[in-house]
Design a protein. Structure first.
Length: 565
């Protein structure tokens, strides 16, 4: 077993609350009840379970996924086609299936019912599984329930879930986000050059690039707290905390009917930061996080504090576009760079971006034809030249689709031939469009689909940059390949609400899974529109300096840029 997959320090915690004095807590904690005939009942726990395989002999057995213990799990062999099934003991009307995935979840699977264990009917199909906790509404009668797993999220492993629960009867009301845009208060909040402003409302704005932090002048003390008014009494089922590095080692989640009398529904003294998914039970109009021990010398800070459940007076956050189904085939943007030799890039699609760049680069980006033109063979030529211009000795070109084409989700690809030479730095990348409205980098987000350093054109980079991981600490991958300067190659990113997968010539080279990033690096800030960028830089912190061997002029050739949804 890969020790990195052990649940010794879980990010997702399960909570079973026992009310010792039911009468005392009745005003604050309630249980959902209803007519016996309509109540939802767990019918799979402790039943006989079988599976196609297990990861290791004598461990991770099928029965461990129906034992009611969230610390044990079933795990398959490291192969794509696997199955798991449970025998309910008698034909049962099934209403819902809940799967609590380990990191090795399935992107694609089907669920089947059978009354005799030999003839099966399909009741659900998924090709875009997201992992985490997955609730699936189904309808039908079954004694045997089977999940057929066909596509892995982690190709190096198999499949694994902590619990596979089958329910009968009417499910509880659908849980939703209750805290978005609701009034917030805090013990203090920071408003200075380092965090301007980090007010309490920033934790409830459904924007993972903004945050609340306790005041640097008065608030780096214990205790520290932040609360939200849900607008009406709500039944709380889950709280998700996305911590900044200034997190709480010890804290409580509390509920209140009046913002004065508080009842604790969760408590820990071993908080470990990053993302906490807390499945809790409580009732109240107000929810408060009450920190009592900081992890370091600073205060408390949260990117997001999301409360889920039923009731309250929720405000619906802005809708996000539906996930594409890959392979995506609907072409929504394309430039094939057709046209006569010497022609200019299409001004209806591209914005010229002249000026002096950052990162220690030595060129001036010009809008001139000698730095960006068509070659008459269906390709864009981006050319770096040794040329005096605006006080610099080198010129090149950068262009983008800002104000003309912005995209959220899809397959973004370009066919490019890169130049070779010390100090050259060709790139195909994307910036969050809110940069255009004044949000500073890296809070807008940056997606580098392709970067190649001219000093070694047998390797390339794909990287994400965000507030919690950027620059040299960006979340990315360097991958070895053939000499990329010898021919054209296709770089692509397949991007949806679950993450971004990067490809070179059809081979996946990096999988930036949202769940993994949130649990290991920090908030995922890539669920909003971005625009496309092409450029060829000269020198800089990343590629290093040019030298006498660097050829000028040097050319990056772009055969096409296409976006599919």
């Amino acid at each position: 077993m890969n020790p990195a997959r052990k649940r010794s320090s879980p990010r997702t915690r399960k909570l079973a609350l026992t009310l010792a004095i039911a009468g005392l807590m009745a005003g604050f904690l309630t249980a959902t009840t209803g007519p016996a005939a309509a109540a939802e009942v767990l019918v799979s726990q402790g039943r006989a379970a079988t599976a196609s395989s297990t990861e290791a002999a004598g461990a991770y057995q099928a029965r461990e996924a129906v034992d009611g213990d969230d610390g044990t799990r079933w795990a398959s062999a490291y192969a794509a086609n696997q199955w798991f099934q449970v025998d309910l003991g008698a034909p049962t009307a099934v209403s819902r299936i809940a799967i609590d995935w380990e990191a090795a979840y399935a992107r694609a699977f089907t669920i089947q019912f059978s009354t005799d264990g030999s003839t099966w009917s399909q009741v659900h199909v998924t090709t875009g599984g997201t992992g985490g906790r997955q609730d699936i509404a189904v309808a039908g009668t079954a004694r045997h329930v089977r999940i057929n797993l066909t596509q892995r999220a982690l190709e190096a492993y198999g499949y694994s879930f902590w619990e596979f629960r089958v329910y009968s009867g009417s499910p509880a009301p659908t849980s939703g986000l209750l805290s978005y845009g609701k009034p917030a208060q805090a013990s203090s909040w920071q408003n200075d050059v380092n965090c301007n402003p980090c007010s309490p409302d920033k934790a409830f704005d459904d924007d993972p690039a903004s945050r609340w932090a306790t005041s640097s002048t008065t608030g780096w003390v214990d205790p520290g707290w932040i609360s939200v008014d849900l607008g009406a009494t709500a039944q709380i089922s889950q709280v998700v905390l996305q911590w900044d590095p200034a997190y709480a080692r010890a804290y409580q989640l509390q509920v209140s009917p009046d913002n004065a009398t508080w009842t604790t529904i969760y408590s820990t003294t071993s908080g470990d930061g990053l993302k906490d998914v807390l499945n809790v039970t409580g009732s109240g109009r107000y929810v408060r996080l009450y920190g009592t021990a900081r992890n370091g010398p600073y205060g408390y800070s949260l990117w997001e504090f999301s409360v889920y459940g039923t009731g309250g007076n929720p405000v619906t956050p802005p809708a996000r576009p539906a996930d594409p189904v890959f392979p995506a085939t609907r072409l929504v943007f394309a430039d094939e760079f057709d046209g006569p030799a010497g022609g200019r890039p299409d001004a209806a699609k591209w914005t010229m971006d002249p000026g002096v760049p950052q990162n220690g680069e030595i060129q001036y980006y010009t809008p001139n034809s000698e730095n960006a033109s068509l070659n008459g063979a269906g390709q864009l030529v981006v050319e770096a030249r040794r040329q005096d211009y605006q006080g610099r000795q080198y010129t090149s070109h950068r262009m983008n689709t800002s104000g003309k084409f912005h995209v959220q989700y899809g397959r973004i690809e370009a066919r490019v031939k890169v130049p070779k030479g010390n100090g050259l730095w060709p790139a195909f990348w994307m910036m969050g469009e809110d940069f255009l409205q004044g949000r500073p980098w890296p809070y807008n987000g940056e997606i580098d689909i392709m970067e190649v350093l001219g000093r070694n054109t047998a390797e390339a980079y794909s990287t994400l940059h965000a507030p919690a991981y950027n620059g040299a600490g960006g979340y990315g991958q360097k991958y070895a390949t053939t000499d990329l300067s010898q021919d054209f190659h296709v770089w692509a990113a397949e991007w949806d609400s679950r993450g971004i997968r990067f490809f070179l010539d059809g081979r996946q080279v990096f999988d930036a899974a949202k769940e993994t990033v949130e649990n290991t690096r920090g908030p995922w800030i890539f669920d909003h529109p971005f625009y496309l960028i092409l450029n060829l830089a000269v020198g800089g912190d990343f590629p290093g300096p040019i030298d006498a061997t660097t050829p000028f002029p040097s050319r990056m050739l772009v055969d096409y840029v296409r976006v599919y949804q």
